[in-house]
Design a protein around this ligand. Structure first.
Ligand code: PLP
Length: 447
């Protein structure tokens, strides 16, 4: 195991350069930005990433919130090796297998809500959201949805209709699924009413609830045709935005008033990321439907799961897929959940360290506009001026690349935010190493 990052060759080194060039020649364009993250991964072990040129990095990105137990986790690997000798594909939506039942039992027992639940299995976040949309329409007979500005829920035509964090994600794709209405998210730092939501959380919550209830549902969206309100308990791709504590309780009251389902997207913030298994547990609300993916299989196997109130279930044939309930994915997920459960107190402990170290940045530098987070999910937003809050994308990008050069992998999110999302089992020493590199880089870039 490594004790600190070692960058021998400035990334991208010669081997990395060649692969990046070939990648862009042969692989479809997605979200890579070789200018700020020219990282070509050869191996991963725990919180360490080793690139093709032999550089060793500390991973504060967990592969976009997937490897919550670190790379090549022993407990997950052990279970996978066991299943590799038994069976791989058992056609989990047509035949039966015990491991998918075990996983469904586990997920339904740990998900919030004092009611019976069932699970639909898929392979990704977007699919678990698509299933949530279908379950909602199927069970209520209603067609419409409410979602939040800055949300990210995926990129297939249903989830894309909910996604509202960057125009580029939607440009040229209209028509996506019709019937989605967007409302402002209660972002304490940046909202249409310019309310300081840290100082006045109730005022911010009231404005958002009033906006939905009065402006939307009282003017042009018939409430009895709205199937569900889809939300992230903490916005991820939109910038790691933590809403006021009582927001979801108020949202639940509103939803109950009109018989609207609450659909909680835990794809990025679930699986212990915030110090609770489900991020919504911080807000004491039980959603009707929960979408999971990403860290559910710790990256060993792609898996998505939609946990829902049992009475909302489909009829046979109404929804299915080929790989849902895949043996290896379910086995990896069960092992991952068991490990994450043990780590929750550690994550809450680490939160204190991150809070202490990062809030200092906001106090020191006016261009660090906001620092926010819970557990091991932290966002640092860069602005050109604290008064205008104009996004400082250039500085943000520079910090991402300079951190990589110093051996720390971090990811951008939102318009000018960096997210820090180390593995949940990061040691205090590793966390301190990463935070000190990050702070040093911010200091250099801002001075
Ligand atoms: C909150 C949230 N929902 C859904 C998705 C889509 O997941 P996937 O990329 O697995 O389709 C993401 C991906 O970043 C996400 O962060």
């Amino acid at each position: 195991m490594y004790s600190k990052p070692v960058v021998k060759v400035t990334p991208p080194g010669p081997k990395a350069r060649k692969i990046i060039e070939e990648h862009h020649r042969y692989v479809a364009t997605t979200t890579h930005d070789p200018e700020i993250l020219p990282l070509v991964i050869e191996r991963g072990v725990g919180p360490w990433i080793i690139d093709v040129d032999g550089n060793v990095y500390l991973d504060f990105s967990t592969g976009v919130s997937v490897t919550n137990l670190g790379h090549v986790n022993d407990a997950v690997k052990k279970v996978l090796l066991e299943y590799l000798d038994k069976v791989w594909h058992a056609a989990g939506t047509d035949f039966y297998n015990p491991v998918q039942v075990e996983l469904a039992k586990k997920l339904t027992s740990i998900a919030p809500g004092d009611f019976e639940k069932k699970v639909f299995f898929a392979n990704s976040g977007t699919e678990s959201i698509e299933a949530a949309l279908k379950i909602s329409r199927f069970s209520t007979g209603r067609k419409l949805f409410i979602a939040f500005i800055s949300a990210f829920h995926g990129r297939t035509m249903g989830s894309l209709a909910l996604t509202a964090s960057k125009p580029v994600q939607r440009k040229n794709y209209f028509p996506w699924m019709p019937g989605v209405f967007h409302v402002p998210y209660p972002n304490p730092y940046r909202n249409p009413w310019h309310i300081d939501g840290y100082e006045h959380p109730d005022e911010l919550v009231n404005r958002v609830i009033e906006y939905i209830d009065y402006w939307l549902l009282n003017h042009y969206v018939p409430p009895d045709e709205v199937a569900g309100i889809v939300f992230e308990p903490i916005q991820g791709e939109g910038g790691y935005v933590v809403p006021p504590k009582n927001f979801f309780r108020e949202l639940k009251k509103l939803a109950d008033k009109y018989g609207i389902l609450l659909i909680d997207d835990e794809v990025q913030m679930g699986m212990g990321r915030t110090g609770r298994m489900f991020a919504i547990e911080h807000f004491n609300v039980a959603p009707d439907i929960i979408a999971m993916a990403k860290a559910l299989g710790n990256g060993a196997a792609p898996i998505g799961a939609t946990i829902f109130r049992k009475d909302l279930d489909f009829k046979p044939g109404a929804h299915s897929n080929t790989f849902g309930g895949h043996v290896l994915a379910c086995a990896a997920a069960l092992a991952t959940i068991n490990e994450v459960e043990k780590l929750l107190p550690h994550v809450r402990e680490m939160e204190k360290l991150f809070r202490e170290e990062l809030v200092e940045l906001k106090e020191k530098y006016s261009r660090v506009g906001d620092v926010r987070g819970l557990g091991l999910a932290w966002g640092i937003e860069f602005v050109k001026d604290p008064k205008t809050k104009e996004h400082d994308i250039e500085t943000r990008n520079k910090v991402v690349y300079e951190a990589l050069k110093k051996g720390l992998v971090v990811l951008p999110c939102g318009k000018s935010t960096i997210r820090l999302i180390p593995p949940l089992n990061i040691t205090e020493e590793q966390a301190k190493t990463g935070l000190s590199i990050f702070k040093e880089v911010v200091k250099t870039v801002l001075s």
